[in-house]
Ligand binder design. Structure first.
Ligand code: ATP
Ligand code: MG
Length: 244
C-alpha cells in the first residue's frame, strides 16, 4: 500500500466521532430460514463466530451457500429466525426497530452486490449520501480523496448513467467508506472488476481497518490476502474458520 494513501486517510480520521469505539462483533447459533408457500430454505444454520475489532474478516463459499444471508444477518438488514448478533455487549439483533435503525446509521456501512446509486445525483453526491453532515467540508474532502484513491476522481461530476458498471461499483465502495463506520459490510466488491482494479479496491477497503472492522463476502480467495480470518460456508453452515 502506498504510504501517501495511509497518511491522507489518517488525517481525515481525526474528525471521527469518538463515541464510535470499536467492539467485537459476534453471533451465536444464528439461523435464517426462508419459508415460502412453495419452499423452505435453511440459508444459515446455527452459525457462531467472532470478529475482533479492527480486523478484516472474509466470508467465502460456493454460490447459494449463505454468504450474503450471513452478511445481512450480521449487519441487521435481516432478522434472524434464531440465535443472536452482538456488538460488544449489545444484543443488536433483538433491539427495537428504531434503535436498530439508529445504531445502523451511526455504526455500520454497507457496500451491496449491486451499486444502487441514485440516478439524479452525481457520483460525488452519491458518495456523500450517508455522510452524517453533507455540508461538512471534511466529508466532502474525504469523499473526493476516496474517489481519487479508487481511480475515479475525474468522474465526480458525472451522473451514474454516464459511467461504466465498474466505475459505479467503485463509487458505491467510496459511499460505504465515507462515514468511517465502526463496521463496514461488503458483498462481492470485486466480482465485476478486472484483477488490477479489484486489488486496488481491496487496498482502499483495507484502509477501513484504521476506523473499524471490515467484513467482506467474496468468491475470490486472492482478495482475502490481507485478511485476519476467513469463514467458509457450505449449505448454510460455517464449515471452517481459517487464516487466509
Ligand atoms: N429472499 C429469498 N427467498 C428464498 N430463498 C432465498 C432468498 N434469498 C436467498 N435465498 C436462498 O438462500 C440460500 C442462500 O442464499 P445467499 O444469497 O445467502 O447465497 P450466497 O452464498 O450469497 O450466494 P451467491 O454467491 O450466489 O451470491 C440460497 O439457497 C438461496 O436460493
Ligand atoms: Mg451472495
Amino acid at each position: 500500500m502506498e504510504a501517501g494513501v495511509t497518511a491522507k486517510v489518517r488525517h481525515s480520521s481525526e474528525t471521527r466521532n469518538p463515541e464510535s469505539g470499536t467492539r467485537v462483533l459476534r453471533c451465536e447459533q444464528l439461523t435464517l430460514d426462508y419459508i415460502t408457500p412453495r419452499s423452505q430454505t435453511h440459508a444459515v444454520r446455527h452459525v457462531s463466530l467472532e470478529i475482533a475489532p479492527h480486523s478484516f474478516a472474509g466470508i467465502v463459499g460456493p454460490s447459494g451457500s449463505g454468504k450474503t444471508s450471513l452478511l445481512y444477518l450480521l449487519s441487521g438488514l435481516k432478522t434472524p429466525s434464531g440465535g443472536a448478533v452482538y456488538v460488544g455487549d449489545f444484543r443488536y439483533s433483538d433491539a427495537p426497530a428504531n434503535d436498530k435503525i439508529d445504531f445502523r446509521r451511526r455504526h455500520f456501512g454497507f457496500v451491496f452486490q449491486q451499486p444502487f446509486l441514485v440516478p439524479y445525483l452525481t457520483m460525488l453526491e452519491n458518495v456523500l449520501v450517508p455522510a452524517h453532515d453533507h455540508h461538512e467540508p471534511a466529508d466532502m474532502e474525504y469523499a473526493q480523496e476516496l474517489l481519487d484513491e479508487l481511480g475515479i476522481a475525474a468522474l465526480a461530476a458525472k451522473f451514474p448513467n454516464e459511467c461504466s458498471g465498474g466505475e459505479r461499483v467503485r463509487a458505491s465502495i467510496a459511499r460505504g467508506l465515507v462515514t468511517r463506520p465502526e463496521f463496514l459490510f461488503v458483498d462481492e466488491p470485486t466480482a465485476n472488476l478486472d484483477l488490477a482494479t479489484g486489488k486496488r479496491v481491496m487496498e482502499v477497503l483495507c484502509l477501513q481497518r484504521q476506523h473499524g472492522t471490515l467484513v467482506v463476502v467474496t468468491h475470490d480467495l486472492e482478495m482475502l490476502s490481507g485478511a485476519d480470518v476467513g469463514f467458509r460456508m457450505r449449505d448454510g453452515e460455517l464449515i471452517e474458520t481459517f487464516r487466509p
